[in-house]
Each structure stands twice: as structure tokens, then as C-alpha cells.
Design a protein around this ligand. Structure first.
Ligand code: SAH
Length: 347
């Protein structure tokens, strides 16, 4: 079977070139198709496009690159978890978190992940494949249409499954497209890219002229301790990651955020807090603490509420800007990545 073309991979000009060349359509028709794509329409819904053309387009192209197949909504805080199906049958998940200042959508950048972090469910089966730029966009489009004409996705975090910088070109292409006024016009300042610390790509990203926020999944500021929970730490040391983070701030002026998942007895002692404070000294950073979401396939346990607050107090005493993130959607959220796994296991 011939590979289908994901139309959301194209920007407006590329789509125009592609459709006018391949199907001999008028440029204004290409623009109509482009508008439909961002309304989350499938070909059959494109009512101002002729039926024969719709049929033709559907044969070798994909309009909805990510289709929502299941939504769970939290009774507590309105958080929504989505399962999406991709055109090849792969399934990914996403989360929409509702805050006072707007809705934040967490998107996936890969099916699976090859980074092997010991606490994470997304990496249990390794990397299945990269998502294309249009498949990352498809997640935003699919959720945005739930706003019924009003913008529903205000902020984006690249914190779903996958390591964004391990899929560098597609992710950068997505960042440029989604922030363009021809598409969803989401400001780059409202987008955060989270990485486990791929140093060369962090340095490269600093040169792209983007103003997206960078989040570093540090989780342990001590080299040996970090290696125990994050295999990537053997390749890039804590100090290399932190200096790449400093460089990102210097080049872009965007403050760096450090993610720190608290794991019982692993990274939550006073000396861990001290190491963390030392690692971020003289940096413009904020630390986001989150208690581990236990993953049933893994043995690690979450730090207790009391100890998490103690850890936070240590950091404050050491003059480090930090907050303990409240967990959202706890009633629908087995753990990060668990919705997809449950779905796959049940077949
Ligand atoms: N690969 C990227 C983005 C995906 S994970 C990265 O490493 O940053 C998004 C965030 O969730 C990361 O900080 C990750 O370490 C964290 N995370 C993964 N599994 C978790 C779990 N079970 N509990 C709490 N946080 C988790």
C-alpha cells in the first residue's frame, strides 16, 4: 500500500503547491481545504469541496492526523484525558489541563520512547516510531475543535509520550507551524518543550530563533543518582545538561524550568535538595516538583505528601524558586501513560 500523505504536514504554500500540481485544483480550493484541516474536518465533511475531489483526496491523503477515540473528564478539576488514533492504527494519549489563565494541552511527539527512564510508562515498550509534525499538530487541532469555534487550546506542553529532541526536525517544524498566524497562532511563549537532556539538540534548539520555554527533566542533580533512574545521564552529565540550559537562557532570554519528580528514598533527602540548589545556582530557573505517579510495572514509590512539602521547604530555605505541583485529574489518571497501556492491554 502506498504511503498516505498527511496534509497537516504541509504549510499553506506547500499545500497549495501540492494540491494544484497533483490534482490540478484552483489555488482558492487549496485554501479551502487548508481551512477545513484546521477545523478538524475529514474529507467527507468538506462541504464546499466537490464530491469527486473529496473522494480523490481521501484515497491517498490523511486529513485528521489524530482522531480522538476516547475522552475521560475529571469530576474534580475538569482535566480531560484523550486517546487518539493515528492513521496507521497506533494509539497515543494526551491531557488537557484547565487553569485560570487558560487551557494547557500536553502533546506526544513519539509513539513510545527509547530513553528508558525508570519511572516512566511511555518507554516500557521502547520507541515505536516518531510522529510527523502534522501528527503533533493533529492532536492540537482535534482538541481545539472541542471549543466549538472559540480557541480551546491556549498553551501547549510537549510532555506526552516521547522525547521531543529525539525527533528534532519534526518537532521544530511543528513549533514553527503551530505558532504561525496561518494556522493556530499559538504564541511560542505559551509553548514548553520538555527534554530529558539531549545536550547537542538543546544547543541546536537555542540557535533556532524560537522563543519557546525549555523544561529540563532533571529528577536528580547527583550524577550517580541520576544515572540510576535515567540512562541518558550516562551519555550527558548533569553539569553538561545544566550548562546547555544556561546557554538556552542566554540565547533566548526564556527562563528554564526544571522538572523534578519526587521518588521515595531516591531523590528526596536534604542532601538531594542541596545538590539541586547547587546545580541551579546563579541560574534564572524555577523548579517544578511533582510527586511520582506510580507506574504499576515499576517498583518506584512516590514521596509522601509530608516529605514532598519538606523537600519544597528545603529548597525555599536554600533560596531556590520552586513549587510543588498539584496533581491534576487524579480520578482519571492511573499514571502518566497508563491510559494508553490499559487500552492496549484490553485490546
Ligand atoms: N521526554 C520528555 C517529555 C516527556 S515526559 C522529558 O523527559 O522531559 C514529561 C515529564 O513527566 C517529564 O518530566 C518526565 O520525567 C515526567 N514523568 C514521566 N513519568 C512520570 C511519572 N510516572 N510520574 C511523574 N512524572 C513523570
Amino acid at each position: 500500500m502506498e504511503q498516505k500523505t498527511i496534509l497537516l504536514d504541509c504549510d499553506k504554500q506547500q499545500l497549495k503547491d501540492y494540491l494544484t500540481t497533483k490534482y490540478d485544483v484552483k489555488p482558492f480550493v487549496a485554501n479551502q481545504v487548508f481551512d477545513w484541516l484546521y477545523k478538524g474536518a475529514d474529507f467527507e465533511d468538506m462541504s464546499n469541496i466537490s464530491k469527486p475531489l473529496r473522494t480523490l483526496l481521501a484515497q491517498d491523503n490523511v486529513a485528521k492526523s489524530a482522531s480522538i477515540i476516547k475522552t475521560l473528564t475529571s469530576d474534580i478539576d475538569g482535566t480531560q484525558k484523550m486517546l487518539y488514533r493515528l492513521h496507521d492504527g497506533n494509539v497515543i494519549e494526551g491531557v488537557l489541563m484547565k487553569y485560570k489563565y487558560g487551557n494547557t494541552l500536553c502533546v506526544s511527539t513519539q509513539v513510545g520512547c527509547r530513553m528508558g527512564c525508570k519511572f516512566c510508562a511511555s518507554t516500557l515498550d521502547g520507541l515505536v516510531r516518531n510522529l510527523s509534525a502534522g501528527e503533533i499538530m493533529g492532536q492540537v487541532v482535534a482538541v481545539n475543535v472541542l471549543g466549538q469555534g472559540k480557541r480551546y487550546v491556549d498553551n501547549i506542553v510537549l510532555m506526552g509520550s516521547g522525547e521531543p529532541l529525539d525527533n528534532y526536525d519534526n518537532v521544530v517544524k511543528f513549533l514553527k507551524m503551530v505558532s504561525s498566524d496561518q494556522t493556530l497562532n499559538i504564541s511560542q511563549r505559551n509553548i514548553s518543550l520538555s527534554t530529558c537532556g539531549l545536550v547537542p539538540q538543546m544547543l541546536q534548539l537555542a540557535e533556532e530563533g524560537l522563543s519557546v520555554n525549555l523544561t529540563i527533566s532533571l529528577h536528580n542533580a547527583r550524577q550517580q543518582g541520576r544515572e540510576e533512574i535515567m540512562p541518558i545521564a550516562k551519555k550527558y552529565s548533569v553539569s553538561e545538561v545544566m550548562s546547555a540550559a544556561r546557554n538556552y537562557f542566554q540565547k533566548t532570554g526564556r527562563r528554564v524550568i526544571i522538572e523534578y519528580t519526587l521518588i521515595d528514598g531516591n531523590n528526596d533527602s536534604y542532601s538531594d535538595a542541596l545538590a539541586l540548589a547547587n546545580a541551579v545556582r546563579n541560574m534564572s530557573v524555577h523548579i517544578n516538583l511533582i510527586r511520582l505517579n506510580p507506574v504499576k510495572e515499576r517498583k518506584l514509590r512516590a514521596t509522601s505528601d509530608t516529605n514532598a512539602n519538606k523537600f519544597l521547604a528545603y529548597l525555599h530555605k536554600l533560596n531556590v524558586s520552586a513549587t510543588l505541583r498539584r496533581q491534576m485529574g487524579v480520578d482519571i489518571d492511573g499514571a502518566c501513560g497508563q491510559l494508553r497501556r490499559n487500552y492496549l492491554e484490553q485490546g
